[in-house]
Design a binder for this molecule. Structure first.
Ligand SMILES: Nc1nc2c(ncn2[C@@H]2O[C@H](COP(=O)(O)OP(=O)(O)O)[C@@H](O)[C@H]2O)c(=O)[nH]1
Ligand SMILES: *[C@@H]1O[C@H](CO)[C@@H](O)[C@H](O)[C@H]1NC(C)=O
Ligand SMILES: [Mg+2]
Length: 404
């Protein structure tokens, strides 16, 4: 036997030993002939959000976890964040939205990965050598009854009490939970590490009500670095750009010839009458804002979740005083492709590039547009504008300016 053959043989032997020990851990697929050695050492966090919350609050919850995991990576920890699929959101009407969607439908996951160690759930599925994904521990987070104890808000948590997981595990019947723990929680998200460290052998840890932990620091450079990494899926961007080019003949990041409005209706028009105007009030405010900003502008882009009848009336009244109103109305094919979630993002992108933006008070859909405009480099005075109620107080919106 030549030396070369001996080396080859012993390498082969080594390989067999290695793969067979890895097989025992149950995370390797021998049929695939690839053992993901990293996967054996990695630990994972996944979270769920209060079921009625919409897409844009969920984006902020993502940022809290992504920053938490990105910070941990700098201390050499082996934790990854599993991106919780988008499933059956309250505002999504189309039946075809009733399956768990990966983040890549809406975002550029490569870009997310540059900021934080994130993986899609299907990537994890593909590495598990079992038909069932077993979550070691589910912490169901709950608010304290009294946030201000002796008039003071402080970070704290406490295990115990009764709770139910009110989510659906994204509709999967092959995900199980080994143990559920109820936790009262208040304060910064990084305190979750204290909970996690109670059970150091856990590999898959889940948090329900991920909206309860707060940002450690809001509006810092790290916050904005994370926000910048949340680039949209490129097909959504190119559809929005095509629209902007077609109707406003603009190819730049910053367009100068149209005003955009986020006109939030539905639950806002029903239960926040103090904050949102009537149709006539909306028309008056848009007209005034354009007169003050640049009276030569005639094009108005409206993003809205309003009913057709309301939108037709708004469009009619604006046209009557000389404006040209534009809405993005997806074709059936576009709706099938982008889904309700993608169509909403296209609306947001078109709003983001407008010369001047007017949003809806305390809508997270509006907040995400404002952040996007800060990233694009708009003057803040063209961004932090809101529709006021027809009567009564109209608080100035907070300005969250970018930190580069
Ligand atoms: N296409 C489209 N959808 C919208 C618009 N405004 C609201 N929506 C839908 O309604 C949901 C509102 O929930 P959310 O994202 O939590 O924003 P918020 O409730 O306004 O803070 C969005 O996610 C969209 O699905 C809009 O201007 N255009
Ligand atoms: C669970 O089911 C889904 C869809 O039915 C499948 O794509 C996924 O791979 C399954 N997960 C596991 C761990 O087998
Ligand atoms: Mg909402």
């Amino acid at each position: 036997m030549s030396i070369k053959m001996i080396i080859n043989l012993s390498l082969l032997l080594l390989c067999v030993i290695l793969t067979s020990t890895e097989k025992q851990d149950g995370y390797c697929d021998l049929k695939e002939k690839t053992c993901d050695r990293d996967f054996l050492n990695e630990k994972f966090i996944i979270y769920d959000v209060n079921p009625p919350e919409g897409f844009n609050l969920r984006r902020d919850v993502y940022m809290r976890f992504a920053i938490m995991l990105s910070d941990a990576r700098q201390h050499n920890e082996n934790w990854k964040l599993i991106l919780p699929p988008w499933y059956s959101l309250y505002h999504w009407k189309a039946k075809q939205n009733d399956y768990p969607m990966p983040w890549s439908n809406f975002f550029d996951v490569k870009s997310l990965k540059k900021f934080a160690p994130v993986v899609e759930l299907h990537e994890v599925f593909s590495k598990i050598d079992s038909n069932i994904f077993k979550i070691d521990r589910l912490y169901v987070l709950q608010n304290y009854d009294d946030a201000f104890e002796n008039g003071e808000f402080r970070d704290k948590w406490e295990i115990g009490g009764d709770c139910d997981y009110d989510g659906s595990l994204w509709g999967y019947n092959n995900i199980t939970v080994k143990k559920t723990i109820c936790v009262k929680y208040q304060g910064r998200i990084s305190k979750l590490w204290e909970l996690i460290s109670l059970n150091p052998a856990d590999k898959f840890v889940m948090f329900a009500h991920g909206e309860i932990p707060l940002h450690d620091q809001y509006g810092t450079k790290t916050f904005w670095d994370c926000r910048k990494s949340m680039k949209f899926n490129k097909n959504l961007i190119s559809r929005a750009k095509k629209y902007i080019y077609k109707y406003f003949n603009c190819n730049n990041k910053i367009c100068n010839n149209y005003v955009s409005v986020h006109w939030r209706r539905q639950d806002f028009a029903r239960s926040r009458k103090k904050d949102v105007p009537s149709i006539g009030g909306t028309v008056k405010q848009i007209d005034n804002a354009i007169k003050n900003y640049n009276p030569h502008i005639v094009n108005i882009f409206i993003a809205s979740d309003g009913q057709n009848s309301e939108l037709i009336e708004l469009e009619k009244q604006l046209s009557d005083i000389g404006f040209k109103v534009h809405l993005y109305l997806p074709t059936q094919l576009e709706l099938d492709t982008f889904k309700d979630g993608g169509v909403a993002i296209i609306d947001q992108i078109i709003c983001s590039h407008a010369a001047y933006f007017i949003g809806t008070y305390e809508s997270t859909f509006t907040f995400r547009i404002q952040e996007e405009r800060e990233i694009l480099g708009f003057d803040s005075s063209t961004t932090f504008n809101r529709l006021c109620p027809d009567n009564g107080r109209c608080e100035v919106p907070s300005k969250w300016k970018i930190v580069n």
